[in-house]
Ligand binder design. Sequence first.
Ligand code: HQG
Length: 196
Amino acid sequence: GQTGLDQARPLLYHTLMDWTKLEKLLSFLLRHSPETLNLHMDASGWVETDLLVKAVRSKEPRFDLKALQKIVRDSQKQRFSFSEDGSKIRANQGHSIKVDLELPPVEPPETLYHGTVERFLDSIMQEGLKKGDRQHVHLSLDLETAQKVGQRRGKPLILTINAQKMHRDGYVFYVSDNGVWLTEQVPPQYLDLYFS
Ligand code: HQG
């Protein structure tokens, strides 16, 4: 029969895994490069759950479905979602791969925010917010989130986006499953510096 140690083993493995590193690996695979571990991604960004588990296990032998479920559940930014039946998984946003997340257009609030840093300001005010390597420009509903996004690169600088005006002018907005506002671009005339 099972010894106490056998029962404790999965738990022990879980406490020893480097969760941050695993979440980064999942982000890398599901946003940028599934082919690195020979995974196939469909047009909507989905990857087969069991194949992903197997692939990650080739890097971290202790990884299993329970570990994947834990990361999806605990991810602070809720970066991933399972399909309804759990057979597939995808990143909620942040892709550089061309994927169609099939998000419906949503009417934005009056104002959205973007956290960046001063060294990008001149360029942003000249050419607007550009999506760069990603599929969309990422915008935040609240100041606090924008602060955090900017903080990743230094002293945060917040821009306000006149989102309602953009909407009226025909620009389309989406909200990812983890609450990030997305749009193709923000031309400079809709941008202002936010002063606290
Ligand atoms: C800047 C994180 C010069 C832009 C966060 C940003 C977010 C320009 C950087 C998500 C520019 C792009 C996205 C222009 C934009 N000239 N610089 N014309 N237009 N920029 O990482 O918004 O951890 O691609 O201000 O929480 O910083 O990945 O975008 O500084 O939700 O889940 O170019 O990434 O989430 O950087 O962050 P990014 P972001 P995750």
